[in-house]
Write a new protein. Structure first.
Length: 148
């Protein structure tokens, strides 16, 4: 019986480890060059061409996306409403009055630095992208999928 339990435990451990993903070396090298002080890095393949690293940097949880060729695409981390620039707070109050902030992420990419904010009002959930100066770059109503 003891041998069976040991064998089952070993098989379960192997099965769990086989699901862990490791990014290609070129992607890991690009990540390490950009974030040399990152801690507890976990990789996941987002799709056929993008890898996502989840990691901690100075106690803050981040995610960063890189192409298969090691090109940095985007980095995000959550922040609190109080940490938004006043211009962004003003835009939220003016253009999205009555909406409640659900989540805020600071977003950095080669072509954009700003905030991705999920807001909600009644049954409507939106995701808005606002630059540091308070300009709305994108707004999109999120459609919730029905659960069976």
């Amino acid at each position: 019986m003891k041998k069976k339990i040991t064998m089952i435990s070993l098989l379960a451990s192997f099965a769990i480890m086989s699901f862990a993903q490791t990014a290609p070396t070129i992607v890991q090298d690009a990540f390490n060059a950009k974030y040399p002080n990152a801690k507890t890095v976990e990789w996941e393949q987002e799709n056929d061409s993008v890898w996502e690293a989840e990691f901690k940097l100075e106690g803050v949880e981040y995610s960063a996306n890189f192409s298969n060729e090691g090109v940095w695409k985007e980095t995000e981390h959550e922040i609190k409403t109080k940490d938004l620039p006043q211009a962004v707070k003003n835009t939220l109050a003016k253009d999205f009055a009555g909406f409640e902030v659900e989540e805020i992420e600071m977003v950095e990419s080669p072509g954009f630095t700003g905030y991705e904010i999920e807001i909600e009002k009644g049954e409507v959930t939106m995701e808005v992208r606002i630059d540091k100066a308070g300009k709305v770059i994108k707004k999109e109503v999120k459609v919730e999928e029905e659960k069976d």
